[in-house]
Design a binder for this molecule. Structure first.
Ligand SMILES: Nc1ncnc2c1ncn2[C@@H]1O[C@H](COP(=O)(O)OP(=O)(O)OP(=O)(O)O)[C@@H](O)[C@H]1O
Ligand SMILES: [Mg+2]
Length: 252
């Protein structure tokens, strides 16, 4: 369980990014955090991982308050998650195999022989085994995202995967493909399945994968509900934000 209690944050004590935000999320949930650029979506993921600390309020991971933990104490809490960063974050000088193997070496105690097998298994699971010897610059955007997902899963068995803009900048077919990967990685029934939080401003992708939707605006969670609540929202700004959802329905 992730729990935010009255979390407030202003980077460098400037503009308030999150203002007294509270919510709970269970690890098996499929959540999309929606919101405009600069509204604090990535910041929420950073707070969950303890990469930034709130100015006030508490964040509990599995009941443990992480807001005052040291870097070494945070390690256990962080191991509950894997994260696919907005920027993909592949090492440009390493091929796909080396990129993924690096993470196994970093986060697990497998032997080199075991790592070899695990890298292939993981790439195969994500449908990119044929790209194993390619360099990042030789990959399409969709393949880069899949390698980034493989890297995030290497060496850890997360309770929840955090995706920051996993489909942004991809063409609709490739984005759809990544959505399928996200769904497959979260197969099974609660409470045993691995849940996820996908941060995005692409509502059409969010509704393909998520069951719970949170909308961040002006430092607050302005909406938190399921797909039918999202469709029926009376909030004028959220209706504009989810325009494609309503437009798609009118076409049916
Ligand atoms: N390290 C930082 N130092 C100072 N300000 C920051 C830092 N990171 C983010 N901000 C500011 O905090 C606000 C929220 O940023 P955040 O990255 O969480 O937004 P976002 O909702 O993820 O946006 P986007 O959709 O563009 O990715 C922005 O105004 C941003 O400029
Ligand atoms: Mg962001």
């Amino acid at each position: 369980m992730i729990e935010f209690q009255n979390v407030t944050l202003a980077y460098n004590h400037n503009k308030m990014v999150l203002d007294n935000v509270s919510f709970k999320a269970r690890f098996h949930e499929k959540i999309a955090i929606l919101g405009g650029s600069g509204e604090g979506k990535t910041t929420i993921l950073r707070l969950i991982l303890g990469l930034v600390r709130p100015d006030s309020g508490q964040i509990f991971i599995d009941g443990q308050d992480i807001t005052m933990l040291s870097e070494s104490e945070l390690r256990d809490a962080r191991m509950k998650f894997s994260i696919v960063f907005q920027e993909g974050a592949l090492f440009d000088s390493m091929n796909v195999h080396e990129n993924v193997a690096f993470c196994f070496r970093e986060y697990s105690n497998f032997s080199e022989e075991e790592i070899e097998v695990k890298v292939r298994e993981l790439l195969n699971r994500l449908g990119i085994e044929e790209a194993i010897d390619l360099m990042p610059e030789e990959l399409s955007g969709g393949m880069q995202r899949r390698v980034a997902i493989a890297r995030s899963l290497a060496g850890c068995t997360p309770k929840m995967v955090l995706y920051d803009e996993a489909t942004t900048g991809l063409d609709p077919l490739t984005a759809d493909n990544i959505c399928s990967v996200i769904k497959e990685l979260s197969a099974g029934e609660p409470p045993d399945r691995t849940g996820f939080i996908i941060v995005t401003h692409k509502v059409s992708d969010a509704v393909k994968v998520a069951e719970r939707f949170m909308y961040v605006r002006n430092g607050k969670i302005a909406f938190d509900g399921d797909i039918s609540a999202l469709r029926n929202t009376e909030d004028p700004e959220l209706r504009i934000f989810t325009y494609e959802l309503h437009a798609a329905e009118k076409c049916l």
